[in-house]
Design a binder for this molecule. Sequence first.
Ligand SMILES: *Cc1c(COP(=O)(O)O)cnc(C)c1O
Length: 392
Amino acid sequence: MKKPQLPDKRGYFGEFGGKFVPETLICALEELECAYREAKKDKRFKKKLKGYLSEYAGRPTPLYFARNLSQFLGMNIYLKREDLLHTGAHKINNTLGQILLAKFMGKRRIIAETGAGQHGVAVATVATLFGLKCDIYMGAEDIDRQKMNVFRMQVLGARVIPVESGTKTLKDACSEAIRDWVTNVRGTYYLLGSTVGPHPYPLIVRDFQSVIGREAKRQILKMEGKLPDYLVACVGGGSNSLGLFYPFFKQTEVKFIGVEAGGYGLGDYNAASLSCGGIGVLHGAKSYLLQDNGGQIKNTHSIAAGLDYPGVGPEHAFYKSSGRAQYVVVKDKQALEGFKLLSKLEGIIPALEPAHAIYYLKKLAKKAKGLLVVVCLSGRGDKDLNIIQKYK
Ligand SMILES: *Cc1c(COP(=O)(O)O)cnc(C)c1O
């Protein structure tokens, strides 16, 4: 597959992506795009980001050969250990990149939205590090469910603003953050947490997360002398998966598998936008999303808070329609099994999000013996222990 320009100049991945936003934000998005293009060429910017990624966040992360799990499943499984990063997940790769971009643009205030609070914590962390004012929008319902993360953000000096509209969850927090940005666009930087939203966000977030795949490629070539047969990662908005996949885009012999959250598995009450959704526009971009017959966004459910979003990044929609990646669904119960499998066999407690990807390895193992697989272990499981306890 020839590598097309992804996205094209208008911000489209095939028919997906674009900028579906109010007039007042078009200018802000263009300013962001210009600044990003400049920053990308700026040697000092690159050096600074590299420095923070290594000395503050802990990159490069190891590519670990999971010997016990490999033996158990009859495959050769490598884990890309994003769980070892500062704050415990891959999100810091993106927030460090974007906070430096905000500084580069001379912005003094950061806003963001958060669902379970993981992105909020990663934003509060870097905002504090660089001394920028930080306001985080969070649904009132989520605030109630995620008290520890709210407290973490507050300890870090961020203001958490409750959102009382709609279902009082992530999608309402997104809408509120966009409203804030429209009003305060001059001095404020909107720091998006995944490969979603209007152009150029899906591009920017993917680029900052691509450090995962660049490292993994170098590491697997050094350790195995060849490229893997499969890359496997969980898909919420799509950033850890695209971070792993994108640097392998041209190597079509390397197959991509994105694992979506199937929720309870009762009816269609899930969060698998690509596997179960339709095409539409949500939060500024055209992509796959979960909507009912009247076009209303559905309430989603997943045991993994980070996968509990009714949309998905437009680049994944393009990978699906072009056949570059395959998307599969793993349910709550199966993710719990993946969680236990890795904890017991390798002494690594995964977050519930990548536990979906771990579970899928069991199915992949049935396809052929001895496959070489790299899995993105996007985060550690400490944050989920209280949920796991409830399922005992
Ligand atoms: C947020 C999160 C995800 C899902 O987000 P993506 O943008 O799809 O990567 C996955 N894993 C962990 C640990 C997370 O915190």
